[in-house]
Design a protein around this ligand. Structure first.
Ligand SMILES: Nc1ncnc2c1ncn2[C@@H]1O[C@H](COP(=O)(O)OP(=O)(O)OP(=O)(O)O)[C@@H](O)[C@H]1O
Length: 352
């Protein structure tokens, strides 16, 4: 059964286009021009209940906008979506009790108060019975190793500790769906790993549905089997993570441990990635791997050889770099009204 079902979702923003020069600026007071930004052009996807799916894309691809649409924070320009059986932008209370959105770049905890005060506020908002609340705070603070910090003002916590508190706040009401927008952004490696381990454990135990955006491929590899890749507001790939490397990487990495003299012309086989004799790494075209190996075996003494896929991170970076279509619609539309009824709505709390 699907937790998320999205068909042809679109979101355009109209952005005020300030003209250069004094005269044009004065003219702009009377006649404003707007530019249309296609943040989400065409998104169709489904996520099954209990799945943990990565939602990947370069900066400005439309990930956050999609998550905001799925949380009902903003209205779409077109298309349909049901999330846990609800149309998100109807903002039904019953829906809001069933999901959580965590944005790594935004705070939902009170900055000057200890996290436990924000947790209590959540208890009131979501009407969590006191016993359940106490048990969940206990359990989550223990799992995320922040129990002794919940009485300390949030502003005094490290970024990693704060992020873990954010996760606790998001999970107190036991949501069925967790939308995670860059939950490990800016965290050091140890905090990143703690968050990853927690999410992995918690998700598999609770069969929580998770849609995760992250620029850290380590998160993605550690947590997700499936990835949806978006670029310029359009879905580019939806399938197993392993398929991304298969489908988009034209190369493999051949690592050779030489047992004798190393041929001097290895670059004829591909790009030399590393040469620390007697070990050499060469990036070779997929179709050429067998030929290169047999040629090397003929010409040199080889003690060991391995053929590996390129790191997911490199493949994704290359995939994003290869699509340069701008996502601004070229049309600059004169308009009679200001944009951004949506933006005002964004200021509303999602938790209310
Ligand atoms: N409120 C807004 N008003 C105008 N344009 C917006 C607004 N929000 C997003 N955009 C534009 O929509 C496009 C998609 O933005 P979005 O934040 O969804 O991207 P993203 O994939 O989350 O990027 P990142 O990885 O950098 O967070 C960008 O070009 C962005 O500038």
């Amino acid at each position: 059964m699907n937790a998320v079902d999205v068909r042809g979702l679109k979101k355009q923003y109209r952005v005020y286009q300030k003209k250069e020069g004094l005269l044009a600026s004065v003219g702009g007071l009377f006649r404003r021009s707007y530019r249309t930004v296609n943040a989400v052009r065409e998104v169709s996807l489904t996520v099954e209940k209990g799945e943990l799916v990565a939602f990947l894309g370069p900066n400005g691809a439309g990930k956050t906008t999609t998550l905001k649409l799925l949380s009902g924070l903003i209205y779409p320009t077109g298309g349909e979506a049901t999330v846990l059986g609800h149309v998100p932008w109807k903002r039904e209370v019953a829906f809001r009790r069933r999901f959580s959105l965590v944005m790594g770049q935004k705070n939902q905890l009170w900055w000057d108060l200890p996290a436990q005060e924000s947790f209590r506020l959540h208890r009131e908002i979501y009407r969590i019975p006191t016993q359940d609340f106490d048990r969940r705070v206990d359990e989550l603070t223990a799992m995320l190793e922040v129990r002794e910090l919940i009485g300390q003002p949030v502003r005094e916590l490290s970024l990693g500790e704060r992020m873990r508190m954010e996760l606790i706040a998001a999970l107190l009401h036991s949501p069925e769906l967790l939308l995670l927008d860059e939950p490990t952004i800016g965290l050091d490696v140890i905090s990143q790993r703690k968050v990853q381990e927690f999410l992995k454990h918690y998700q598999s135990e609770r069969k929580l549905t998770v849609l995760l955006t992250s620029h850290y491929m380590k998160d993605v590899e550690a947590l997700c089997k499936r990835a949806i890749v978006i670029n310029k507001g359009v879905i580019k790939h939806d399938g197993p993570i392993a398929d991304i490397v298969d489908r988009f990487s034209k190369h493999k990495v051949v690592e050779v441990l030489f047992g004798g003299p190393i041929p001097g012309d290895l670059s004829r086989y591909g790009t030399l990635l590393e040469a620390t004799p007697p070990r050499v790494k060469i990036e070779v075209e997929r179709a050429d791997v067998a030929r290169v190996l047999s040629d090397l075996l003929d010409r040199a003494q080889i003690d060991d050889v391995s053929v590996n896929e390129r790191p997911l991170e490199d493949v994704i970076a290359e995939l994003f770099a290869s699509d340069d279509r701008p996502n601004d619609a070229a049309d600059v539309l004169p308009s009679d009204g200001p944009p951004g009824a949506d933006d005002a709505r964004l200021a509303l709390s999602r938790d209310g």
